[in-house]
Write a protein that binds this ligand. Structure first.
Ligand code: ADP
Ligand code: MG
Length: 264
């Protein structure tokens, strides 16, 4: 069974792309079949996966427009996961699908033939609750929220859960929160610790135990077109993302066991 996880936060610079790429690589390293979808016209996840966004034709753009099959656009990466690349063409795609009647389901339709080939499909979303993000929310089983523990972070998460509620009513009743991951975390920062405690009070065990520290190796890896697993898996950032992958797989096992239990 495949699990489709949208990596979403409408704020930019909170670690969405870093999380999507490195989690994809870490899940693949643990032996899972993983597809990473770059749904941000900036194409950062594409470049960070070692694929040149300027050479990516067809890309997510053609898949959303129904002009190419996902299979034709997907590329293998050195990080053992597959990538559906993107570039600025996605801006034009978003404008064109605006007038289509199934405009929020273009990604769902495009993924339909291939999603089952993967155990995890991760979607790196743009920093807005735009039509592209809605396409991700319409097809996703769940949302993974990278969060920097700063003053306005909780407000941002409230507007995200409002959007999720609206999407559940109109488009995708199964949508749930996969988890919240604290990124660029500095344990010496009192405000970060206070926000983190508040987050745990609100969201309980939806907040991953694994914390992603601020680590320069994570910031360096994309310029080499490598995930942290290839670039420096023993770094604090590498260990953290491999730990997060382990935690996600562990949760999935626990849920599966609970489902089996409930059937007996
Ligand atoms: P988003 O996709 O939410 O805009 P990014 O993942 O691109 O955010 O991260 C923003 C910037 O912060 C990038 O330059 C990235 O390399 C850097 N960064 C992200 N996470 C970390 C981290 N844990 N430690 C250090 N730098 C990080
Ligand atoms: Mg990004």
């Amino acid at each position: 069974m495949s699990r489709i996880i949208a990596v979403v936060n409408q704020k930019g610079g909170v670690g969405k792309t870093t999380t999507a790429v490195n989690l994809a690589a870490a899940l693949a390293e643990i032996g899972r079949r993983v597809l990473l979808i770059d749904l941000d016209p900036q194409g950062n996840a594409t470049m960070a996966s070692g694929i040149d966004k300027r050479d990516a034709h067809p890309s997510g753009c053609e898949v959303l427009l129904g002009e190419a099959l996902a299979k034709a656009a997907i590329k293998p990466t050195a990080g053992k996961f597959d990538l559906l690349p993107s570039n600025t063409d996605l801006i034009a795609a978003e404008m064109q699908i605006m007038d289509m009647k199934d405009r929020e389901r273009r990604l769902l339709i495009g993924l339909e033939p291939i999603a089952r080939e993967y155990q995890y499909v991760l979607i790196d979303c743009p920093p807005s609750l735009s039509l592209l993000t809605l396409n991700a929310l319409a097809v996703a089983d769940s949302v993974l929220v990278p969060m920097q523990c700063e003053y306005f972070a909780l407000e941002g998460i409230a507007s995200l859960t409002d959007t999720m509620d609206a999407v559940k009513r109109r488009l995708n009743p199964k949508l749930e929160i996969e988890g919240i991951v604290r990124t660029m975390y500095d344990v010496r920062n009192n405000l970060a610790n206070a926000v983190s405690a508040e987050l745990q009070r609100h969201f309980g065990d939806k907040v991953y135990r694994t914390v992603i520290p601020r680590n320069v190796r994570l910031a360096e890896a994309p310029s080499h077109g490598q995930s942290i697993v290839e670039y420096d898996r023993g770094s604090r950032g590498g260990v953290a993302y491999l730990g997060l992958a382990g935690e996600i797989i562990g949760r999935e096992r626990a849920h599966a066991a609970a489902r089996t239990e409930a059937q007996h």
